[in-house]
Design a protein around this ligand. Sequence first.
Ligand SMILES: [Zn+2]
Length: 105
Amino acid sequence: MKGLKCVKCGKTAKPARLRLEGAVVAGWRCACGEEYLDTEAVEQLLAIRKLASEDLNAKITRQGNSFAVRLPMTVFKAFGLRDKEKLMISIDASNPKAFTLTLPR
Ligand SMILES: [Zn+2]
């Protein structure tokens, strides 16, 4: 992400991780203190928050010698996933009914 010209002082605001309602969102912060949120990052945060209140299901399908986890398109889009993208699997040995998929990026 490149710098952004600050509307308040005219200097170049630098890419930064900004706090927004308890979440961290991409944006820019200027030396004068002015902050600018990345519109796409905010839209993604809102889409993810909307999904968090929905009942979502994934489906497992066989693909050769392995299995694919089919995700709803709304999840795919909200998280900006890409075809053939790899996710990390985290397993909590004390919980045999759950595992977590995490984006490595
Ligand atoms: Zn400024």
